[in-house]
Ligand binder design. Structure first.
Ligand code: F6R
Length: 241
């Protein structure tokens, strides 16, 4: 794992943006793995600017998102579908047909197997990740098998509390989601994980310096050959070196 600590979040976002630019400018039809939540938002803003300035082109880009809440409609203001459109897709020249998120309504078993098949046929060039304060990546909560593929998950109480900031009250936070599994995430050619803030410091220490364990799902990344971890000083504050 390559670990980089930034004293300034703008620099962190620009570093990550450059990783995306390198891939998008060296590839005629790039495939991006995307995440929601607060961590990637600054990077998406930089990518929007780069697209508007003509530095990158999304017309031949395909995207796969990590996860989607169950029990709320795609058009709900807090669905990940809406989040991605508001924070990236509506502002760049992406073809709507090239956007993929799990379908989290209807027959969920079928939806999981369809998304899994799509991922098996995709080659994700770069996957951006955040990390939960409990060490989850995507919605692979502690205890999830390292072999997991796309599945329906019951969200951890900690995750629902962390995400309650986006809803009017915790009661409105969905209880379930469909998520890429850990083995899907490990298929990406390159992975970049962003963590900022002190509440991520324990998870970051465990992921980088702890043993590989399903109690801390992000620790599986220790086995990936090309992972970059981008941290601010608070998230890095518990690392021993
Ligand atoms: C988002 C996702 C989650 C978040 C994580 C961190 O698609 O799968 O794993 O990356 O919960 O969220 P933030 O960035 O809001 O702290």
């Amino acid at each position: 794992m390559e670990v980089k600590v930034f004293s300034n979040t703008d620099e962190l976002n620009k570093y990550c943006e450059q990783m995306f630019i390198d891939i998008m400018t060296n590839n005629d039809a790039p495939t991006l793995g995307l995440a929601t939540g607060s961590s990637p938002v600054g990077v998406y803003q930089e990518l929007i600017k780069a697209n508007q300035e003509g530095i990158i082109d999304f017309s031949n880009t395909t995207t796969f998102n990590l996860d989607e809440y169950c029990g709320i409609d795609r058009n709900h203001e807090q669905s990940y579908w809406t989040f991605m459109h508001q924070n990236l897709f509506n502002h760049v020249n992406i073809n709507e047909n090239n956007i993929n998120l799990p379908e989290a309504s209807g027959d969920l078993d079928q939806a999981c197997s369809e998304y899994n098949n799509k991922l098996n046929n995709a080659n994700i060039d770069i996957q951006i990740l955040g990390i939960g304060s409990n060490g989850h990546i995507a919605f692979n909560e502690p205890g999830t098998s390292f072999e997991s593929t796309v599945h329906k998950v019951e969200l951890d109480e900690k995750t629902r509390q962390d995400n309650a900031r986006f809803f009017k009250s915790i009661d409105e936070v969905p209880t379930h989601a469909i998520t890429m599994g850990l083995s899907n995430i490990m298929q990406a050619k390159k992975i970049v994980l962003i963590a900022t803030g002190e509440n991520k410091a324990d998870a970051i220490k465990g992921m980088i310096e702890g043993e590989k364990t399903t109690s801390l799902p992000a620790s599986i990344l220790q086995d990936h050959p090309d992972v970059t971890i981008l941290l601010d000083e608070e998230a890095a504050s518990k690392l021993s070196k």
